[in-house]
Design a protein around this ligand. Sequence first.
Ligand code: PEP
Ligand code: MG
Length: 336
Amino acid sequence: IEYDDSMDGKMAVVDGKTGSLIVEPDADTLKKYQDQKDEELRQRAMLKELKGKTTETKSGHKIHLYANIGSTGDVASVLANDAEGIGLFRSEFIYLEKDNYPTEEEQFQIYKAVAQNMAGKKVIIRTLDIGRSTSRLITLIWHTRRIRQWVIVQSVSVWTDQKYFKTQLRALFRASMFGNISIMYPMIISVTEVKQIKAIVAEVKKELTEQGIPFKDDVEQGVMIETPAAVMISDLLAKEVDFFSIGTNDLTQYTLAIDRQNAKLDNIYDSHHEAVLRMIQMVIDNAHKEGIWAGICGELGADTTLTERFIQMGIDELSVSPTFVLPVRKIVRELD
Ligand code: PEP
Ligand code: MG
């Protein structure tokens, strides 16, 4: 609806769900919205009761329930919704907000602040995830022309030119002194790649040691399982890392060969596809065989129609948008 002066001073309903504004609603419409509002307040009060409670089934089976964030501003919402930690810190925003590539010190200050704000709770930070996703790359190029140059450089060289990767790792290891940081690597497709990452991490640690800069030596390191390749070799990957976090958003698009960013394909982007669900089971089983944990940080983790199935599969952790934390906890606590 277009705003015009004649609306000034009139009663209106703002429907935040549909993004519409209803000026001078009739009695029925007003009642409909009043009822909706009351219902939402009731729901919210009920969810509030779940704060401070554990995420466990009636039989006492516990899972970890963390939240996903895409900026430092989201931390307040993580805490307000009582997430037990951060299961996916998408570090891309640090790069997108800047004109130039962020320095080690700038990154360090951000990771340190988040770790400190989370006060000992787990914070899983994902290293920059731009390299292989063409659609994301295009979005980035559109986002601002200023970053075009480095994005293109980055896209072809993120894994070969180690400079940017090492800068981020140095910042992460330094920040590990200020909280409970884990590091997660995206878009993994091979064991070789993980071994290369480990070699780079060893170099970073050596350099920090030589420079007398403190860091935690035993920072937990895991990989995202979000390509069919990673699923199929998850038995081998499990021998190399501390945890798996399943990225169902990319895993679904690459398994079904459906671009997740093409809205016209949404009707066939079936995240409940049996192939995806079997892959999740396979990843969990392979993780457990090697004694490591497996979680889900893609959107599917917040799908409460699947919570019971995930728990039956043996999932150890779910990381969801902050507003889904309490609804997921509610479902888990209702399960036998
Ligand atoms: C995923 O692919 O499921 C995921 C969590 O990562 P992103 O959505 O950032 O690609
Ligand atoms: Mg992904």
